[in-house]
Design a binder for this molecule. Structure first.
Ligand code: HEM
Length: 496
């Protein structure tokens, strides 16, 4: 066993030499079979990392797909990444071969922070049991049902009041939207919402935001596992882990409070339903222990907050840039709902233009263009190629959402592409796989769709959205992490 504390106290030249030797050892020990999916050769040790530096990865993938076909590979450090493109190959991999391609990659963070617990980063039976239990419990708390509607509307009422207080002055909707969406998860998991200025709530949301911002850590450490031994905190790994510890502390407090007031016959929220199962199965059952409750709740916050609030920010941006679309959407809302009450899910079937609009936001907004990485559970022959066990599998959802064969002029924002001559949806919306597909498909799709509908229609019913000034239009430029977000922008919400 190597003693890394000795290495850390050595002089920098020694450290550099040892690190290079380690890298060489790691790379020499990796021999992929000859017939792995084709792809660029890359450089020794680093593989294709230099090709990706400072480039739009989605554009790089489009080029590589043109060159190598729907299934290509990229060597990044010690990992073989296989990128799956186009609806046919995605279906074949994640639906037909779901038993092989539904794991998540193993990594230092996965092993040490998540310990194969929770939903988003776990694999195998632990993932399956936690996902199944969570989904059925969340359905009881209203996922996809009208009973959740009043919780969301309660949040929207506070949200609208705060926006109204800005009096149509230039305002960045980002923070308030993130707080509102995050509060809905609080309401489902903990049974109550927080005031936006509550110190604990503010701290919790800022810890999540910081960890999302630092998410490149996961990829770098996965490609070069030895980097975590470097002195200092160059990749912010220690910061990420400290933030997780803080968040877990907050959730642990909630568990304690819930446990002290738990009544089996009155299950108040998602956390209660977990604790009731814990009573039945015992605190040692790994699916219902405190650790799994905490990580699952953390997963819901991470997966459900930034994705939905970013979709709302893209939606507002498109409405500001395309005023006639905003007017047409508002006309539909005023015709179906009027102004005397908040829009309700019961109105949704009568609003095909809204449906076409939000589908186009999810398509061109391209919210999670590369989903979350999957991993190959075992070696598999796929389309006459070999994908070795442990390869990282990237579902390129962007390749479908921007496919010119499916969507004419794919880079234009055109909600009407989803409507037939009768003004109803024409079926093309089914190709918009923004929530991915197969067994790992987004667990929160029905909640996200409810939130998007209730927030967007309530906003447009009450306000006209305008740019900061006529010559300062928000930009279509995006920043890409796991979520693809619009650059920060300021707008004016003018009361109607
Ligand atoms: C517009 C909003 C959203 C979008 C576009 C979105 C998209 C996605 C995508 C692409 C994945 C990865 C699927 C894969 O690995 O193949 C995912 C996973 C997931 N999402 Fe969402 N999501 C959204 C909102 C939500 C919400 C509101 C929740 C719940 C509160 C949620 C919970 C999850 C969970 C738990 C997973 C992991 C599923 C698993 O690993 O089994 N998402 N989402």
């Amino acid at each position: 066993m190597l003693d890394f504390s000795l290495l850390l106290s050595a002089n920098p030249v020694t450290v550099a030499i040892v690190v290079i030797l380690l890298v060489l050892l790691v790379s020499l020990s990796l021999q992929w079979p000859a017939n792995v999916p084709p792809g660029p050769t890359g450089y020794p040790i680093v593989g294709c990392i230099p090709f990706l530096k400072n480039r739009n990865i989605l554009e790089v993938f489009r080029e590589l797909r043109g060159q190598y076909g729907d299934v290509f590979s990229l060597k990044l450090g010690s990992n073989l990444n296989v990128v799956i493109n186009g609806s046919e190959a995605l279906k074949e991999a994640f639906v037909k071969h779901a038993d092989v391609f539904s794991d998540r990659p193993k990594s230092f963070i996965q092993n040490n922070v998540f310990q194969n617990k929770g939903i988003v980063f776990s694999s195998g039976s632990s993932w399956k049991d936690t996902r199944t239990f969570s989904l059925s419990s969340l359905r009881n708390f209203g996922f996809g049902k009208r009973s959740l509607e009043s919780r969301i509307q309660e949040e929207i009422t506070v949200y609208l009041e705060i926006i109204e207080k800005q009096n149509g002055q230039p305002y960045d909707m980002k923070t308030i939207t993130t707080l509102a969406i995050s509060n809905i998860i609080c309401s489902i998991t903990f049974g109550n919402r927080f005031e936006y200025n509550d110190a604990k709530f503010k701290r919790l949301t800022s810890l999540f935001a910081e960890n999302l911002r630092l998410n490149s850590v996961g990829g770098a450490i996965r490609s070069f596992p030895f980097l975590r031994f470097l002195p200092g905190d160059f990749f912010s790994l220690k910061k990420v882990m400290a933030n997780f510890k803080d968040i877990k502390g907050f959730v642990a407090e909630q568990i304690k409070e819930h446990r002290s007031t738990l009544e089996e016959i009155n299950v108040r929220d998602f956390m209660d339903s977990f604790l009731v199962e814990q009573m039945k199965h015992g605190e040692e059952d790994p699916i219902f222990d405190d650790e799994n409750i905490a990580i699952t709740v953390m997963n819901l916050f991470v997966a459900g907050t930034d994705t939905t609030s970013t979709s709302i920010r893209w939606a507002l941006l498109y409405l500001i840039r395309y005023k006639p679309i905003q007017d047409r959407l508002r006309h539909e809302i005023m015709t179906v709902v009027g102004t005397s009450r908040l829009p309700s899910l019961a109105d949704k079937p009568d609003m095909p233009y809204y449906e076409a609009f939000i589908t186009e936001v999810l398509r061109l907004g391209d919210i999670a263009p590369l989903a979350v990485p999957h991993a190959a559970r075992k070696d598999i022959h796929f389309r006459n190629m070999v994908i070795p066990k442990g390869s990282i599998i990237i579902p390129n959802l962007d390749s479908v959402l921007s496919d010119p064969e499916l969507f004419e002029n794919p880079y234009e924002f055109q909600p009407k592409r989803f409507l037939g001559e009768n003004g109803k949806l024409n079926g093309k919306e089914k190709a918009v796989i923004a929530f991915s597909s197969g067994r790992r498909a987004c667990l929160g799709e029905s909640l996200a769709r409810m939130e998007l509908f209730l927030f967007m229609t309530a906003l447009l019913q009450r306000f006209e959205f305008l740019p900061e000034s006529p010559d300062k239009l928000p930009s279509f430029d995006a920043t890409l992490g796991i979520v693809r977000s619009p650059k920060d922008y300021i707008c004016r919400a003018v009361k109607l």
